[in-house]
Design a protein around this ligand. Structure first.
Ligand code: TRP
Length: 341
């Protein structure tokens, strides 16, 4: 592990980001943000909103602006601490794009073309098959390598991209000299409620860009809407409460949500709702979700009400990130053979 020269022992570096390509939803919270908050205790954390990644798929400018600012407020409301850690917008730190270019020049085209997510997205976005989609994981590698991140909390679907980041780090170190830390993915265990499924199609992951809003619990959904979405959630045949993600994905997903916000385990839920049917269970779950989310929503509204303060925080975050990123990029550019400015 690389060491900083600040005198203090270096805490492991964590870095992660979410695309502001929609409104943040409960899956982002349980799968990412809640763990990020916990990791602040004993790591040096960098949390981003990756707007450069978001535009690989068409974003309406007004939506992108709103989603970026709203997501930032949600990060803070959820407990991410911008004083002790670094919270920023990817495009505010131009070093990400600069390092991405250099990494693109050592990234094998074949490896990029074989990325599962690229292949999926190429089919889905046939009409906007832009080069950004192909180079997306190289930019992600730049995000990670600029800060010498040790651990990168990501979903299962990003493991292949982490592999590429490690390959590029190794290749650069080999071609030039030891420069980058090889990052490890950190995939949250399922028991932490990491995988939240769609409320309408419980075999698919809940996604902020789902076209059916009934499938998605957005973090800023009003209380009545949260309850209504839970009431409308797809359940399985039968009416008992039982955890069986393969056989009964609908109820199991709702039980995961229940446990995530109240801590009540599956055995207790099964016993408590035995013979009561889905209705009572869903009512209580709706209430529990609203109780859990209300303080976060309240705080988010307060933050969004003070744009000047949010912008000051963004500026501070970008400056902190740039200071670190610039040092690394200077080193990289020197090693590549670029003349110093
Ligand atoms: N590709 C990631 C996703 O969609 C987002 C991302 C971009 C990211 N850069 C990153 C995640 C760096 C972790 C580290 O989930």
């Amino acid at each position: 592990m690389a060491t900083e020269t600040t005198g203090e022992a270096r805490r492991p570096v964590i870095l992660s980001g979410i695309q502001p390509s929609g409104r943040l939803m409960f899956g982002n919270y349980l799968g990412a943000m809640r763990n990020w908050v916990r990791m602040q205790e004993d790591h040096d954390c960098f949390y981003m909103l990756v707007d450069l990644h978001a535009i690989t798929v068409w974003q309406k400018p007004a939506d992108l602006r709103r989603n970026t600012l709203e997501s930032l407020a949600l990060y803070l409301a959820a407990g991410i601490d911008p004083e002790r850690h670094t919270v920023f917008i990817q495009s505010h730190v131009p070093e990400h794009s600069e390092l991405a270019w250099i990494l693109n020049c050592i990234a094998p085209l074949g490896q990029l073309q074989r990325m599962t997510q690229f292949k999926d997205k190429s089919l889905k976005h046939e009409k906007n098959l832009n080069a950004g989609l192909l180079n997306y994981p190289v930019l992600m590698a730049a995000d990670i390598l600029l800060y010498n991140a040790d651990k990168v909390p990501v979903g299962e679907d990003q493991k292949q991209h982490l592999e590429l980041a490690r390959d590029l780090a190794g290749r650069f170190n080999h071609l030039y000299s030891e420069t980058f830390t090889l990052p490890e993915p950190w995939i949250p265990p399922r028991s932490e409620g990491a995988r939240v499924m769609s409320l309408q199609e419980p075999t698919a992951k809940m996604s902020k860009s789902d076209t059916d809003p009934n499938g998605v619990l957005f973090l800023l959904d009003p209380p009545a809407e949260i309850k209504a979405k839970i009431r409308r959630a797809v359940t399985d045949s039968g009416d008992s409460i039982g955890y069986d993600p393969e056989g009964r994905p609908g109820v199991s997903n709702l039980m995961t949500l229940f446990k995530a916000v109240t801590g009540e385990d599956f055995a207790s839920l099964e016993a408590r709702f035995a013979g009561k049917g889905y209705g009572a269970f869903k009512e209580e779950l709706g209430e529990a979700l609203v109780a859990y989310l209300s303080p976060i929503q309240q705080r988010t509204r307060e933050l969004l009400g003070d744009k000047a303060q949010l912008e000051a925080l963004l500026k501070q975050g970008a400056e902190k990130a740039r200071w670190r990123a610039r040092r690394m990029l200077d080193k990289v550019q020197r090693k590549v053979g670029f003349l110093p400015r």
